[in-house]
Write a protein that binds this ligand. Sequence first.
Ligand SMILES: NC(=O)c1ccc[n+]([C@@H]2O[C@H](COP(=O)([O-])OP(=O)(O)OC[C@H]3O[C@@H](n4cnc5c(N)ncnc54)[C@H](O)[C@@H]3O)[C@@H](O)[C@H]2O)c1
Length: 440
Amino acid sequence: MIKKPNSIPKPKGKLGVLIPGMGAVATTFMAGVIAVRKGLSQPIGSLTEMGTIRVGKRTDNNKPKIKDFIPLAKLNDIAFGGWDIFPEDMYDAAVHADVLEKDLLNKIKRDLKKIKPMKAVFDNKYVTRLDGKHVKKGKTKMALAKAVMKDIENFKKENKCTRLVMIWCGSTEIYLKESKVHKTVKALEEGLKNNDPNIPPSMIYAYAAIKMGIPYANGAPNLSCDVPALIQLAKETQAPIAGKDFKTGQTFMKTVLAPAFKARAIGVEGWFSTNILGNRDGAVLDDPDSFKSKEVSKLGVLEQIFEPEINKELYGDMYHKVRINYYPPRGDNKEGWDNIDIRGWLNYKMQIKVDFLCRDSILAAPLCLDLVIFLDLAKRVGMSGIQEWLSFYWKSPQAKKGLTPQHDLFKQLEKLENTLRHLKGESLINHLGLDYYEED
Ligand SMILES: NC(=O)c1ccc[n+]([C@@H]2O[C@H](COP(=O)([O-])OP(=O)(O)OC[C@H]3O[C@@H](n4cnc5c(N)ncnc54)[C@H](O)[C@@H]3O)[C@@H](O)[C@H]2O)c1
């Protein structure tokens, strides 16, 4: 149980948001926050900006905006920084990403031009489809981690930040399994000094942030902070951590539909999901080793929701396949198809087709905003380690050892909302409706 704080410290001063990987998602996030600040657009898709929460009894009819219910950092108080292997400033990077219209970008050009990436920690062995020159040099991975920490300190001073959050929006690295070097903080620190090949760049940034007690979110399916050593370190340094892999398009839909089938005891024989996308992320995922990281992350959700081991007749033989195809003409505008073969009463077969014509970074940007805002809240109230209440945002939520992560979107939302209620000392809502029987 999360300890209820006596009071929630106010978010005083500036919140620095540090982003390793300043490509399509990151620029759409930053440009969006700046545009909203200037009143040029609306933060649609962000729970922390637009969402409401029910408080008290149903009869109270009390549904404030989340941001009015609990003290959260304000958009005006956010300062952005980060790292990339390309030196382009955030205006050029956003133009390159080709997500937002030029007209909007030109209105915020001055602000975006000012944000320039710091030199990255990068090794093309881990993202084989990319190479860039804007990269740090260091004899050991520990030296690189220390260089990142120095960057963080400088950023904090220059931008007069009182608090920081780091969110990985970098490319998907090749698939790595947890190994010996990831087991303990000591082993990881030794590994950083000895350039252990099982420590990819994303883990170096994560180590740097967590070592400094800074909240860390992992937007890609990379192992990153999802190893015992960094979970342990996060506890020691009081850093909240969360991951992994933003739940935006197809998996978002999957974790809405699958609980509905399960709720009605409808059988599922097969679920075939395929995507076409043509942005830089698509090019990176065209490498089978990076795709493997994504595939593992995308495949896990149905197993947990359907529990085929206890629902054999309904889901025991389900065939689940996920494909991603790089198709340049579509750019960031991904198309995700799902063919779902379902079975109803007396085993009669039916099909459902979903064709989601989405915009990858438009879906991901509000998630980035919510995550940095909620992680800052978590840090202020003293919550550290894995933040399971933020599972709502992830394809492959990190969970405590021995626990199965929850994938059902609505159960995830309930947990998120109840965590906020708990922090504020409000009663939790379980929809039992007992208040109906109460006298008042
Ligand atoms: N958009 C979505 O809906 C979505 C959903 C889930 C996960 N993701 C993940 O988010 C990440 C970002 O997606 P994107 O569309 O912005 O990709 P992108 O290719 O446009 O941006 C990634 C950026 O990371 C940089 N980079 C790679 N390695 C780096 C390193 N070690 N240090 C610093 N910078 C590094 C690249 O140069 C690039 O600019 C990807 O891993 C993607 O799989 C995106």
